[in-house]
Design a protein around this ligand. Structure first.
Ligand code: UT7
Length: 336
């Protein structure tokens, strides 16, 4: 048995910055409300037609991660792509990355676990590497939310939160099993699937032709729906549980954490977790202020920035944790 370890990280965000004031020009919202409730100051939105998609952003992040990993793209044995906003209904973006990076015909897997997508994807990569099946795995989290949001006052409870961007990691085999990913912990509770969801178009629900035929101006089913307070209450409980689960599995305590990188759902959630585990500002990395919630991309973007700022050092205990639509949640415990 081996461990897996992250040897390269990269991120990409579109250039177009959308401030809270920009949003207040198209819907009834304001900077004070958004900052007070979420901590978000600005986010990035892809400008329609400028060529960026979930896949192209993922490819750009992946190129940086591969270069920093110091490997050749042809050393990659497997691709895992996490997103809730794929370019096509099918095929998923994993194969598009294989094509666009010009990688030989390795396997490509798409992960559909929303805000927990990157944590799920890391767990899958880790298992493939642990068993010796693959040596180098490319993991990408990328989202293009902005084209699918309700940018009117009706959608303000959701649309001010989400942003576009991508992050990527290259994982490789680590023979020292005291290093790298020590454990991953995954959960779901489908009972609450519709509390944070985008339900149409869906083959088992209403298809595109049904939506077009109905042509109902009050139809909100093709915009994301979130029962915000319910999601918030579940998030703080599940984040805490899954961090404790990961620490206990490795006989560690919260005091052993050098850096917690939480999924960037809401700064208030991160602050709640920080307080609960009595962590200092230096021990929790947040960048939601700049990017909003980028769902499956939020952890790899944050981890990349933390690494670039020298906040992730060899020997550090790094904890990743996520919660989101499904509900799904999970954690990754890493000895860097
Ligand atoms: O990443 C996946 C996981 N996601 C999360 O964890 C998100 C969890 N939830 C949240 O972060 C928060 O629930 C939100 C930030 C989404 C909303 O904050 P809230 O404090 O729960 O606000 P609310 O939805 O209860 O709305 C309070 C008021 C309402 O007005 P009334 O009914 O009190 O008059 C809303 O209509 O704020 C209003 N409101 C807004 N006002 C200005 C909702 N959205 C906005 C807005 N600007 N953008």
């Amino acid at each position: 048995m081996y461990n897996s370890k992250i040897i390269g990280l990269g991120h990409y965000v579109p250039e177009n910055v959308v401030t809270n004031d920009d949003l207040s020009k198209v819907m009834d919202t304001n900077d004070a409300w958004i900052q007070e409730r979420t901590g978000i100051k600005e986010r990035r939105h892809v400008i329609r037609g400028d060529g960026d998609t979930t896949t192209t952003m993922g490819v750009k992040a992946a190129k940086v991660a591969i270069e920093r990993a110091g490997i050749d793209k042809d050393d990659i044995d497997f691709i895992i792509f996490a997103t809730l906003s794929p370019d096509y209904y099918f095929p998923g973006p994993g194969v598009l990355v294989q094509r666009d990076l010009g990688i030989k015909t390795v396997g490509a897997l798409d992960v559909r676990n929303q805000c927990s997508g990157f944590v799920y994807a890391l767990s899958i990569a880790d298992q493939y590497i642990k068993t010796g099946m693959y040596k180098n795995v490319l993991v990408i989290g990328s989202e293009l939310h902005s084209h699918g949001l309700d940018m009117t006052t009706r959608g303000r409870g959701v649309s001010v939160i989400f942003g576009d961007g991508a992050g990527a990691a290259v994982l490789t085999r680590e023979e020292d099993t005291t290093k790298g990913i020590l454990s991953t912990h995954l959960h779901s509770e489908g009972q609450h699937a519709e509390e944070l969801s985008l339900i149409a178009p869906g083959m088992g629900n209403r298809w595109v032709t049904d939506i077009m035929e109905d042509n109902d101006p009050n139809d909100e089913s093709y915009f994301p729906h979130m029962n915000g307070q319910f999601v918030f209450k579940n998030a703080v409980v599940r984040f805490s549980e899954v961090i404790v689960e990961g620490l206990e599995k490795n006989k560690l305590n919260a005091t052993d954490i050098d850096l917690l990188v939480p999924h960037q759902a809401n700064l208030r959630i991160s602050q709640f977790i920080q307080k609960k585990f009595q962590l200092s500002d230096d021990q929790v990395f947040n960048n939601i202020m700049k990017y909003g919630n980028t769902t499956a991309a939020s952890i790899p973007i944050a981890l990349t920035e933390a690494w670039e700022e020298g906040k992730v050092k060899s020997g550090d205990l790094v904890v990743l944790a996520a919660f989101g639509s499904g509900f799904t949640w999970g954690s990754v415990i890493i000895r860097w």
